[in-house]
Design a protein around this ligand. Structure first.
Ligand code: M5T
Ligand code: MG
Length: 241
């Protein structure tokens, strides 16, 4: 059956090595279409939570549910594939721009790929490449800028059309104009999908339905931007610097 993008964690404990727990008692609930953001210092466990949303690892204890189906301990590659991921480092392969977008959904038509690229805000730069959609990319994508690689990653996720998304915002500097394009593409992609966002700029989490503030493997505060500011705790400290 089709997943709606509802995701729930109940008392989840996890360690990459079972002897060293890195996430403690994680509870969270995302309604279909909500935007959940994770903030917190390095090593706090943000990437680890998103690794678990994808079910890349087995958990030690607790439950992870998609639409009430507990996927925490059983291997369900079919369910795992239903999530879209836009990572910091986009994995491009030697092939055309079109093929690299189509990787999101292998049976997508050219028209579907172009539609996805338009939604992702990638169409304009692709049209300006020497051979447009037929331009061959090097395996490491080094013939594109970092911002352009991100736009392709967004297009690739858009063609897959998943009910839920994980977005890991780039830390490295891209110019302001490209950044604005990437952020518009991401906003279009997130529309109508559950989104889990690891943000390195607090300005991009302001509109989240819930911001999770993490510290040493625990969620120590949660709420909307305004609620967290009123709380005058860790988020307030991070925000006011
Ligand atoms: C949380 C450890 C890491 C840290 C803790 C991804 C990963 C992490 N860890 C591993 O042992 N193996 C792994 O593959 O888990 O780390 P995180 O989840 O990566 O933290 P973060 O995403 O909040 O940090 P950052 O630097 O990306 O902001 O003890 O050693
Ligand atoms: Mg991380």
């Amino acid at each position: 059956r089709e997943l709606t993008g509802e995701v729930e964690f109940e008392n989840v404990d996890f360690g990459y090595n079972p002897d060293k727990i890195v996430l403690h008692d994680i509870n969270m609930y995302a309604k279909p279409g909500q935007k959940i953001a994770f903030v917190g210092s390095t090593g706090a466990g943000k990437t680890t939570i998103t690794n678990l949303i994808n079910r890349f690892y087995d958990i030690q204890d607790g439950k992870i549910r998609y639409d009430n189906i507990n996927i925490g301990k059983i291997r369900k590659p079919d369910l795992r594939r239903s999530l879209g991921i836009v990572l910091q480092d986009t994995h491009l392969f030697t092939g055309t721009v079109m093929d690299n977008i189509r990787y999101g959904k292998l049976d997508a038509t050219d028209e579907e790929c172009i539609k996805a690229a338009k939604l992702a805000n990638a169409h304009d730069f692709i049209k300006r490449l020497p051979d447009g959609y037929n331009t061959v990319l090097t395996g490491d994508g080094s013939n594109l800028s970092q911002g352009q690689r991100q736009l392709l990653a967004i297009a690739r996720a858009a063609v897959a059309d998943p009910p839920a998304l994980i977005l890991d915002e780039a830390t490295s500097s891209i110019d302001t104009r490209t950044e604005a394009m990437v952020s518009r593409g991401m906003d279009a992609l997130m529309e109508g999908r559950t989104s889990f966002v690891i943000a390195h700029r607090l300005s991009t989490v302001k509109d989240a339905d819930c911001i999770m503030v993490m510290e040493q493997g625990r969620i120590i505060e949660r709420g909307t931007h305004d609620q967290l500011i009123d709380m005058k705790g860790r988020y307030y400290q991070l925000y006011t610097g």
